[in-house]
Unconditional design. Structure first.
Length: 154
């Protein structure tokens, strides 16, 4: 339990959600939108399951920058089983998505700098470029993209 609380606090959802936020650039970027929606739903379940515990133990804490999670960690021996479960599920989901994105950036570095090098970053344009050029991408890049696609398909 302690590891998952620290993990969720350290990850910080905002940067991950910003990376996945793709707008409506292309139908191919729906993968990012799907992953974003799944993570948002998972985090919403966490907040819903933990609402009473948060109100009981952390009502004076200002949300943001992991403060609420650290507060929950300080009271981890008192939070409900449902809250603890959803916290673990949220941490696992976020960690899986973050790992897949990090792996894709590393594996696709040549493609990002090469074929997608002149693409203006933001709104999923780089992701769309990678997806549209997946057939010519390196094996490592293709595998990393497939991992992200499998997260979206779950």
């Amino acid at each position: 339990m302690k590891i998952t609380v620290k993990l969720l606090a350290k990850l910080g959802l905002l940067p991950l959600l910003a990376i996945l936020s793709v707008g409506s650039v292309s139908a191919q970027t729906d993968i990012g939108k799907t992953v974003l929606e799944k993570l948002t739903a998972r985090v919403a379940k966490f907040w819903s399951a933990c609402a009473k515990d948060i109100k009981k133990y952390c009502k004076t804490v200002t949300p943001g920058e992991g403060r609420m999670i650290y507060c929950m960690q300080a009271h981890e021996d008192k939070i409900s089983i449902k809250c603890a479960f959803e916290l673990g599920e949220a941490a696992t989901s976020v960690q899986t998505a973050a790992d897949a994105l990090k792996d894709a950036v590393i594996a696709c570095k040549a493609e990002i700098n090469g074929v997608c090098g002149k693409i203006l970053p933001g709104q999923g344009r780089i992701a769309a470029c990678l997806l549209s050029n997946k057939s010519t991408a390196s094996a490592g890049c293709t595998e990393a993209i497939q991992k992200i696609e499998s997260i979206a398909a779950q």
